[in-house]
Design a protein around this ligand. Structure first.
Ligand code: IPM
Ligand code: MG
Length: 365
């Protein structure tokens, strides 16, 4: 079997962690006769500096022709002030890719690792064994609204971003969330602000209906988002799958990283469908949840674990290599148990030392 991958390091520490992910991928591919064909290109700020665009048309074409994309991170103060013509997706190379590939579902997993419990803000007994999957809508809502702008003058300006969801958008996304819950512990918590927003009311109604009609075996509950955030910080171990719109999912996925002890630990898969066999027919994007961390870029100490775990998700959802995915996850856990840690986790190891150890553990398994 072979798989075509487009690697887009992006900005800051992005290229460094993508490089680690690819090293792990190549190491494991050799053991399972998986042929990988890797293309590389620039994204967002790096593309801007080289080509004065956040993403070139040929990059988008290559993305459509790939099975999977491995993205590092995008953005940084150097490019924050730049605005280009067009909608929100034009302002960010990664958002443009999500929009183009219509990967409307992001799976973002946060787990508690025993060796890192003391790095979390929680008491060990509160956080131990927590394993939360935030399923975030990724192509809609206020973040992708075309009804947006700043108008007026002087002290009378007005800014707006319409938070809009269609029933079709909610339904196609919710089905994937239910499916993910079914494959895990069968619990789905849908979050919304149905007490205030019309978009929240429709959200709740549609999720409720799909749950009752198509997934009666999944235990569905609804929380208002503020309460979900509070409960997540009090009893993270009770959560399984959280279903959230684009904005709430962005916030709650960063918040859930506290369970792991660092934002540098969270992988994600951005999908337009969940294939039963684990071989996505459409291109999917795999990316760490963390940002580009320009302050530590180039110093060789970025935590590569989120990118490495994103490679595990790639193997699971785009290459039908579930067993290899489990091997990488186990290798990451053993690496932490052996005491390896980058500075964000309180250690002194470099990106490459962590990568080498994960590879050693993968090949030993
Ligand atoms: C994320 C990031 C992005 C988002 C930014 C870089 C546009 O925060 O992937 O969570 O908000 O989606
Ligand atoms: Mg975010």
């Amino acid at each position: 079997m072979s798989i075509k991958i487009l690697a887009l390091g992006g900005d800051g520490i992005g290229p460094e962690v993508v490089d680690s992910g690819l090293q792990v991928l190549e190491a494991i591919a050799g053991t399972i006769s998986l042929k990988i064909d890797i293309g590389e290109d620039l994204l967002h700020g790096a593309a801007w500096d080289a080509h004065s665009t956040f993403i070139r048309p040929e990059t988008i074409r290559a993305a459509h022709e790939s099975d999977a994309l491995l993205v590092g991170a995008v953005g940084g103060p150097k490019w924050d002030h730049i605005t280009v013509d067009g909608g929100p997706e034009e302002q960010d190379g990664l958002m443009k890719l999500r929009h183009e590939l219509e990967v409307f579902t992001s799976l973002r997993r946060a787990r508690a690792y025993d060796p890192l419990l003391s790095r979390t803000p929680f008491r060990p007994e509160v956080v131990r064994n927590s394993d939360v999957m935030v399923v975030r809508e990724l192509c809609g809502g206020a973040m992708f609204s075309d009804t947006r702008g700043i108008d007026g003058t002087d002290k009378n300006r007005r800014a707006y971003d319409l938070n809009e969801y269609t029933e079709v958008e909610i339904a196609r996304f919710a089905r994937i969330g239910f499916e993910v819950a079914r494959r895990r512990r069968g619990k789905l918590l849908s979050v919304d602000k149905a007490n205030v927003f019309m978009a929240g009311k429709l959200w709740r109604e549609v999720v409720q209906e799909i749950g009752a009609n198509e997934f009666p075996d999944v235990a569905l509950t609804h929380f208002f988002t503020d309460n979900a955030a509070y409960q997540l910080s009090c009893r993270p171990g009770d959560f399984d799958v959280i279903l959230a719109d684009n904005l709430f999912g962005d916030i709650l996925s960063d918040q859930s990283a506290a369970i792991s002890g660092s934002l540098g630990m969270l992988p994600s898969a951005c999908l337009s469908h969940l294939s039963a066999g684990g071989r996505s027919e459409k291109p999917a994007i795999y990316e760490p949840v963390h940002g580009s961390a320009p302050d530590i870029a180039g110093t060789g100490v970025a935590n590569p674990i989120a990118a490495i775990l994103s490679v595990a998700m790639l193997l699971e959802y785009s290459a039908a290599e579930r067993e290899s995915a489990r091997k990488i996850e186990a290798a990451v856990a053993s690496t932490l148990e052996a005491g390896f840690a980058t500075p964000d986790l309180g250690g002194t190891n470099t990106t490459q030392e962590i990568t080498n150890e994960v590879i050693r553990q993968v090949l030993r398994a």
